[in-house]
Write a protein that binds this ligand. Structure first.
Ligand code: ATP
Length: 271
């Protein structure tokens, strides 16, 4: 593990968060510091995980990167450009399945492309490709209410990937799924992201998910929200059976370390 003592080097490609602070004004007029001096760098084609206890500011940071929350202090750059509000270069997948209920799977996935005015033939090819990637070809004409939670989340992932974002942001995308479906979805995401060479930043408070998916884990602490550690698991996942992966010494050692950090953060919260 690397204790964060200095800012990461600026790289032109990828995501670069530099000295970001976030304060909220509460109802009684007092200011609450949700994020303090956040600096991090996520390289292209990597999966980054924001991991930390409840309330440490994971979703707030993700929303700032998405442009859904204002940035008053600090700078966020994506591939060299300063982020100022929402943009087509970023797409977000939420925990709740955010498909359009009145559109079929096919039309949901096509939605992002229509907005960009792609030619029809090209659009159809892209839509079919992503429906296939999330293994929903047999359900292309079904409507969201006819699908399970996991399938609906696959629609949301296909729709965001089809819009070809430079950065895919995911806020606990599998949090509402049962463990078995969650594992399947994680494996599917890993597979798609490797093939598509997508850059992903996701929020999780699940250590196993972070270690399974993350090329880099930004471990966050509370009071105020900050990045405490940058962890690069360096676990060889290619072709690894999941259960075998969980038995690796490296995996178990990291899991133990992170669990201890989680516990000490939880103690600070109640102190
Ligand atoms: N609009 C807001 N106004 C005031 N406080 C807010 C606002 N949004 C978030 N907060 C506070 O900022 C802190 C960080 O919230 P955030 O949702 O980002 O945490 P989190 O790490 O994602 O938590 P969880 O894992 O429980 O979802 C919390 O204390 C929360 O109450």
């Amino acid at each position: 593990m690397t204790t964060v003592t200095s800012k990461p080097e600026i790289s032109v490609s990828g995501l670069y968060v530099d000295s970001v602070h976030k304060q909220f004004r509460l109802r009684d007029g007092t200011e609450f510091t949700a994020l303090k001096n956040i600096s991090l760098n996520l390289e292209d084609n990597q999966i980054g995980v924001l991991l930390g206890p409840s309330g440490c500011g994971k979703s707030t940071l993700l929303r700032m990167i998405a442009g859904l929350e204002s940035i008053e202090e600090g700078t966020i750059r994506l591939n060299g450009r300063v982020i100022r509000g929402a943009g087509a270069d970023r797409a977000m997948v939420f925990q709740s399945y955010s498909s359009f209920p009145w559109l079929s799977v096919r039309d949901n996935v096509a939605f992002g492309l229509k907005g960009r005015g792609e030619a029809l033939s090209l659009r159809e090819g892209v839509v079919d490709y992503y429906i296939d990637a999330v293994k929903l070809t047999a359900f292309a004409n079904a409507y969201p209410h006819q699908l399970s939670g996991g399938m609906q989340q696959r629609v949301a992932i296909a729709r965001t990937l089809a819009s070809n974002p430079e950065l895919l942001l995911m806020d606990e995308p599998f949090g509402a799924l049962d463990p078995e479906t969650r594992w399947q979805m994680q494996a599917l995401l890993l597979d798609i992201v490797r093939k598509e060479k997508t850059t992903v930043l996701m929020v999780s408070h699940d250590i196993e998910e972070a270690l399974y998916l993350g090329d880099v884990i930004f471990f966050m602490g509370t009071k105020p929200g900050r990045v405490c550690d940058v962890i690069r698991p360096n676990i060889e996942r290619n072709g690894q059976d999941r259960d075998a992966l969980l038995e690796l010494d490296r995996y178990r050692e990291l899991e133990r370390e992170i669990r201890a950090k989680m516990r000490s953060q939880a103690l600070e919260l109640v102190a």
